[in-house]
Design a protein around this ligand. Sequence first.
Ligand SMILES: O=C(O)CCC(=O)C(=O)O
Length: 268
Amino acid sequence: MTVLDQGQRFFFECNGYLVLPDVLDARQLDALRAVCDEAEQCWRADASLAGVRRHDLDQVMAIVEYDELFFTMLTYPPVFGAVRELLGPDISLLDHDYFITPPGATIHKGWHYDESFPNVYHPRSRLMIKVFYVLHDIPADGGGTVMLPGSHSFAPGWTLPNPPVPEDMPASVRMNLRAGCAYFMAGRLFHSVGNNLSARQRKLLIYTYGHKWMRTWDGYEPSERVQSWARTPMERQLLGLTDPYGRNAGWEEKEREESLEAIAEALE
Ligand SMILES: O=C(O)CCC(=O)C(=O)O
C-alpha cells in the first residue's frame, strides 16, 4: 500500500510540492511546541550554538540534537512514508532546522532553489525533498513559504524573475496553512520565504531528505547522543551510519509500526 494516492502523486510530479493537511494532532502539536520552546530557550542562552541570528530569521540549526522527539519525527509514517516514496529507498537525512520568523520580517528578492548542482540535469532528477511542519497557524500575510509551482522541472537556462516582494512572483502560491499541516517541496523548486506582515511569529520545523550517497550538510553530522537514538536500520541509514552504496534499509509494515510506537512513547 502506498502513502500517497494517485492524485497526490500527480500533484507533486506536476507542481513540485505537496501539502499534507492535518498530519499532527493536538497532542503531537503540544509536545512539539514544548520541545521547540525548550530548544529555542537553550539556543538563545548560548550564542555558541549553531544557527542564524538575524533580524528577519532565527534558525536553530541541527534541531534534532535538542530532543529525541525531533529524532523520532524523522520517520513519522504519514510524512516520511510519502517522502520515501518520492525519493526512493536510499533516502537519508541532509539537514534539520527550526525556523522562527518574527513579526515584521520582510525579505528582499528571496527567490531561490536549494538544489543548485551545475552538473545535474535537474528537470529529471530528484535529489532532495524539504519537509516543513507547521507548528502554529500561518495567516495569509504571515510569511508562509511562497512557491512557484512546476518550476522544479524548468530546463536549465531559464532566467526567473526575483521580485523585491516575494508574493509578487506571478503564478506563485503561499503556504498559509493551519497548525498541524505539513508540506514538502522538491529541492529544485523555486521558492522564497514570504513577508511576515502579521503580528505572529512563524514557526516551522524543517527536515531535508536526500539520498544516502549524498553527504550530510556541514554542521548537521549527528552527535554520539543522536546516533545512540538510532535503533532501526532505517534510522541508522537516515543518519548516514550505513554503507552509502550498500543495501537499503527496509520500510515495511513492521518498521512503520515501530516508528509509530517510538513516537507514541516519546509523547508520553
Ligand atoms: O522559511 C521558508 O519559508 C523557506 C525556507 C527556505 O527558503 C529554505 O529553507 O531554503
